[in-house]
Ligand binder design. Structure first.
Ligand code: B12
Ligand code: SF4
Ligand code: SF4
Length: 336
């Protein structure tokens, strides 16, 4: 895709230039709201956009057709907000220890309440404060809910780098982090692009059981367990084993030395694991009726697959457990 010129935002006047003391006060408030870090990058047309267009053109979006529809906005934030000047990214950790649902592996990010709801609420509080300080401000907050390349902007803002596993990794906090973003016409103090620290390591690429990491930082969703057991609708055709993951997958982070060494606890109680999940048996889950499903997974990201999806995933794990063949990656009998 040709890189269009990005004009200077029309509103970059004194009333939109944020003073350092205001910025620091907002960062303090962000910490009080349980965000770990808050940093910003100046708006520009995404560099190395070909990586993203290649990802779409290769079919790596699988059935996430909404992604291609918003591609131009993802590459050029001025299509989201004409006078956008800065993109602000915030991080907060989720629970870093293994989590189980009915004895199966559950992605850590789904241990507690849905992060979209929890973080958007916090973000809106911050936006209210920022708008009170700068009435001419236009601020759009997103938590995975808008056409924003959140990991890209996090790296541009200096919060970490996009690892070969595709995740944003912080040198101080690992990668079990949620990202939240704001597109704004405010001109805020910006950080410096973070350099990559993967070096010659390729542990994530080697550990991915379905070979879904097809290039450095390039994940083919069609092969990724996290896509298949969360986003895919309908029955699985020729799907691989899921290594006992019932919802999501954390393998490419579990093996990452940065995630292993630097992950800290979640700061938000709503993200802690729910004890009821461990008490459930596979039979409970398989026989669950809608009413109990809705109560058990109230406010949880697991609801995204709906009851039919989670039962399908469970049946898939059970099927693979029965037909398990030696796992070529570990040389041992596969668990699923
Ligand atoms: C679509 C999507 C998915 C898809 C596709 C994943 C993917 N890798 O793209 C699926 C469903 C598979 C998925 C899975 C997961 N996701 Co997801 N997902 C998204 C979403 C909505 C868009 C991501 C996207 O734009 N992908 C397209 C690719 C092309 O974009 P990109 O990787 O950013 O592209 C950059 C790199 O290629 C990089 N690059 C350029 N050149 C080079 C060169 C090298 C050498 C490298 C390494 C990189 C690099 O620059 C490109 C431009 O930015 C974001 C939210 C958002 N709005 O950003 C969440 C998001 C990325 N997901 C998130 C999470 C937590 C997950 C899971 C961990 C959940 C789980 N446990 O199951 C897994 C991780 C799988 C993985 N290894 O990536 C978090 C990640 C937080 C973090 N610390 O990084 C996000 C940011 C949501 C959030 N707000 O917190 N996800
Ligand atoms: S989330 Fe799992 S399946 Fe997807 S790339 Fe990472 S290790 Fe592979
Ligand atoms: S496992 Fe190694 S290559 Fe993969 S993201 Fe972590 S440091 Fe980078």
């Amino acid at each position: 895709m040709r890189q269009p010129a990005v004009p200077t935002p029309p509103g970059s006047t004194a009333e939109l230039a944020v003073r350092g003391d205001h910025w620091r006060a907002w960062q303090r408030q962000a910490r009080e709201l349980d965000f770990l870090e808050m940093a910003a990058a100046p708006v520009h047309f995404v560099k190395r956009a070909k990586r993203v267009t290649d990802w779409v053109e290769a079919g790596y979006t699988a059935d996430m057709h909404w992604y291609a529809r918003s591609l131009e906005k993802r590459l050029n934030p001025r299509l989201i907000m004409e006078d956008a000047a800065s993109i602000i990214i915030l991080t907060t950790p989720y629970h870093p220890e293994p989590v189980y649902l009915a004895g199966k592996k559950l992605a850590r990010y789904a241990a507690g309440d849905d992060y979209h709801d929890v973080l958007l609420k916090k973000l809106r509080e911050l936006v209210a404060r920022m708008t009170a300080d700068y009435p001419a401000a236009n601020i759009r907050p997103y938590v995975d809910t808008g056409p924003v390349l959140e990991r890209y902007w996090a790296q541009e803002a200096g919060l970490g780098w996009i690892g070969k596993n595709g995740c944003l990794i912080s040198r101080h906090h690992g990668s079990y982090l949620f990202l939240a973003s704001m597109v704004t016409n405010l001109v805020v103090p910006t950080g410096r692009r973070h350099t990559d620290f993967c070096g010659s390591c390729r542990a994530c690429i080697d550990a991915c059981p379905t070979d879904a990491i097809v290039g450095e930082g390039m994940v083919d969703s069609r092969k990724c367990i996290s896509y298949l057991n969360i986003e895919h609708r309908g029955p699985f055709e020729d799907a691989p084993g899921f290594d006992d993951w019932i919802f999501g997958c954390d393998i490419c982070q579990e093996v990452c030395p940065w995630a292993r060494k630097f992950s800290g606890p979640s700061l938000i109680e709503a993200f802690l694991p729910r004890p009821t999940y461990e008490e459930l048996t596979p039979e409970d889950l398989a026989e669950m009726e809608q009413e109990r499903f809705s109560a058990t997974f109230r406010r949880s990201p697991v609801k995204r697959t709906k009851m039919a999806g989670i039962k399908r995933n469970l049946a898939h794990l059970e099927h693979h457990r029965q037909t398990a063949e030696p796992d070529p990656k570990s040389g041992t009998q596969s668990r699923d």
